[in-house]
Each structure stands twice: as C-alpha cells, then as structure tokens.
Design a protein around this ligand. Structure first.
Ligand SMILES: [Zn+2]
Ligand SMILES: [Zn+2]
Length: 305
C-alpha cells in the first residue's frame, strides 16, 4: 500500500506556513491601523485578525496531525482532524462576527470619530491584496490535494478579503460624503458575510465528522464498479463510501459463480479494488467481501451493511 498522500503534504505545509506568517503580520498591521484611525470597520477587521491567528494556528497544528500515519491507537489514521479544524475556523470567525456587530452598534449609538484615514486605507488595501493572493493559492492547493483543511482555510482567508473591501468602500464613501455611518454599516455587512462563511464551514465540518455521503464521488464509484463487474460477468452490492479529510474508504460485496476457485475470485476482486483505489487518488482504501451466487444476500439494509 502506498504511503498516504505524502506527495501533497510538503505543498500544503508550505502554503499553511505562509498563511500563518500572513496572519501574524496582518494582525500587527490591522491593530495599529485600528488604533490610529478609530474606524469601527477597521476595528472589526482587527478583531477578526485576533481570532484569525488562533484559527490558522489550530489549522497548522491539525495539518501536521492529519498526516500522521495510522498507528496502534488510531487505526484509520488521523486525518479526520481536518474536519475539526474546518469547524474550529468556522466557529472562531463566527465569534469574531458577533464582536464586530457589537462594536458597530456601539459606534452607531455613541458616534464615530475617524482619523488618519490615509494610513487606514493603505493598510487595509495591502491586507486585501495579501489575503487575495494567499486565499486563492490555499484554494488551489486544497483542491489539488483534496484537503478539507486547506480549502477551509482558503475560504476563510477570502472572506477576509471581502471584509477588507467593505472597509475600503466604507472609508471611501466616508471620505467623499462625510457621513460617518458608512463605517459601522460596512462593519455589519462584513460581519454578516463572515457568519455566512462560518456557518458553511461548521456545516461542512459536521458533515465530515458524521461521514455524510458524497453523491458525486459515489456516482463515480458506482459507474466504475458497473463497468468493472459488467465486463467480468459479476455483480456487486452493499457499496459503502466515506472520506475522512483526504482518504477515501470504500467497501462492497462482490458476487462470483459458485464454481470459481478462491484464487480466481480473489484475483478479480484485487483488480477491481485497485481500479477503484486509482479513481480515488491520492489516497483510496478499498476492501471487498467475496460471496458465491448461491449465498448472495439481496437485501440492502443500511443498518446491516
Ligand atoms: Zn480571518
Ligand atoms: Zn453480500
């Protein structure tokens, strides 16, 4: 059996380290900008940066754990921690959104006094640029390596780009109209968008932890199995599929003619397993149960599969 997807690990570690470095630099920059401008939109951006750093640090730790091979105490490897990480990112940014909302309402009631606008705009624009480049490369790496963890971090970072864009628009409108309420309004819109992404991440994380079925991959496996069993004159049933972060686990029953030897049946089963594993690259684990036609159990009961 191949080593579980180690090929993509270095690339993922690299982009996650970049994400961590960006989180630290942008936290310092945004906190400074929030203090010197007094803008509630920039403050919201800075508040998000604090939990952002926590979320990325957790993801960086989880990534290392996810690639730890299976051992005596974790027979199926450790990559389910990826779902936990996605859920943690979702929960953290949702908490930030609540804080942002609170601050925006406070500023709406007690008024806003914005200073050093130019500095705030420069920092926010630079942050948006950095996060845009980072978020897109996280998504690309996440897609390539089929990593829930990296993709979740990418979606989160891109959310922050939108928050920064909202801040820039608000500061621009404030500058041209002089109406200070643009600032908290932008902060609230950014918060709503953060909650939207946060809920999506939590939802995805729960789905993954509960081995929610994935109809698209399942259809691909079914099509392949139809083809592979069809050309050998076999049939299959009780297909089960789940994925734990990046590893796909598949099992099914294969039905053979009674007079085939175990050796012959095993050979065909091994070939079929290999082609399914190939479909689920980089890490597909496939196991089949062999049975003779005379003993075939046609009933498909989920709870007994
Ligand atoms: Zn963030
Ligand atoms: Zn069966």
């Amino acid at each position: 059996m191949q080593t579980p997807g180690v090929s993509g690990y270095e690339e993922q570690k690299k982009v996650m380290n970049l994400s961590l470095a960006a989180a630290i630099v942008l936290l310092a920059a945004k906190v400074t900008a929030a203090i010197v401008t007094g803008s509630s939109a920039i403050y919201s951006d800075a508040a998000e940066s604090v939990v952002h750093l926590l979320a990325v640090a957790f993801a960086a730790w989880a990534l290392r754990l996810a690639y730890k091979p299976a051992d005596e105490t974790h027979h199926f490897g450790h990559d389910k921690v990826s779902f936990l990480s996605a859920g943690f990112e979702g929960a953290m940014i949702s908490a930030a959104a609540v804080l942002i909302f609170y601050e925006a309402i406070r500023q709406m009631i007690f008024g806003v006094k914005i200073e050093n606008l130019g500095f705030g705009i420069i920092v926010t624009a630079a942050a948006a640029g950095i996060n845009l480049a980072l978020g897109l490369s996280l998504l690309a790496v996440g897609k390539r390596s089929n990593s829930t963890l990296i993709r979740a971090n990418g979606h989160h970072v891109l959310t922050d780009v939108w928050s920064s864009v909202a801040v820039l628009v608000a500061l621009g409108l404030y500058k041209s109209t002089g109406w200070t309420y643009w600032d908290p309004i932008a902060a609230m819109l950014a918060a709503l968008n953060i909650v939207r992404v946060g809920v999506k991440l939590i939802r995805e994380s729960l789905g993954g932890l509960l081995d929610e079925s994935d109809p698209k991959t399942e259809k691909e496996i079914c099509d392949l199995l139809d083809q592979e069993t069809g050309k050998r004159g076999l049939s299959y049933h009780n297909l089960r599929h789940r994925h734990s972060g990046r590893t796909h686990w598949v099992e099914f029953h294969l039905v053979f003619d009674d007079d085939l030897t175990v050796g012959q049946a095993h050979e065909a089963a091994t070939e079929i397993e290999a082609s399914v594993a190939d479909l689920l690259k980089p890490d597909g684990r496939v196991i089949s149960h062999l049975e003779p036609k005379s003993a075939e159990d046609h009933e498909e009961r989920w709870e007994e599969r």
